[in-house]
Design a protein around this ligand. Structure first.
Ligand code: ADP
Length: 177
């Protein structure tokens, strides 16, 4: 297993609900306000209950809002995972290439995981829901960034909520060198 911090983690693809994952940390496709929204963010907040809500409030008091592409952690509350690592994905744009911001979400999430000492991390398809990023492109950026980021995280688990996302991530993982 590669956990010497010199290479990317092993990746695992799973179709399912990220809130149920038995991992050290779950990555959340949050918005800058960090107090919840729809999609995966709402599901993670519901699953974490009052303790996660309080932890998010404390995080907001500490850092204010979270800029696009950045990552910050809170306790997960009533979830199997210990931490939630919040990232804010970019909204898809036809006019502007925001791929680097999306890649930053994954790199910064892994950096925060390293600070926490998390060894297993579950990721959703950041930006691929309400933020409108085309699935194949979102999957390719996610998989290539995570596998090429030096980290002590040994397992990066992409948890895909529907068949289309799972298929896109399977294609992206299959075209890795
Ligand atoms: P964004 O605003 O970054 O696009 P969304 O929450 O709208 O974030 O969607 C991101 C991805 O998360 C989508 O592919 C969506 O289907 C997926 N998703 C929604 N709920 C869950 C869940 N409980 N577990 C895993 N993925 C989820």
């Amino acid at each position: 297993m590669q956990d010497d911090g010199t290479s990317g983690p092993r990746i695992v693809l799973e179709r399912g609900d990220i809130t149920e994952q038995q991992v050290d940390a779950v990555v959340n496709a949050a918005n800058s306000g960090l107090m919840g929204g729809g999609g995966v963010d709402g599901a993670i907040l519901r699953a974490g209950g009052a303790p996660q809500r309080e932890a998010r409030k404390a995080l907001v008091e500490r850092i204010g809002s979270l800029p696009t592409g950045r990552a910050a952690a809170s306790d997960a509350g009533d979830m199997p995972a210990r931490w939630v690592i919040h990232v804010v994905g970019p909204v898809w744009s036809k006019q502007e290439d925001r791929s680097e911001l999306l890649a930053s979400c994954y790199r910064n999430a892994l950096a925060v995981a390293d600070e926490l000492g998390a060894r297993s991390v579950a990721f959703p398809a950041v930006s691929a829901g309400v933020y409108g990023w085309p699935l194949d492109s979102a999957a390719e950026i996610a998989v290539t960034t995570v596998t090429s980021t030096p980290t002590h995280v040994s397992e990066a688990r992409f948890v895909l909520f529907d068949d289309a996302a799972y298929a896109a991530f399977t294609r992206a993982a299959g075209s890795l060198p």
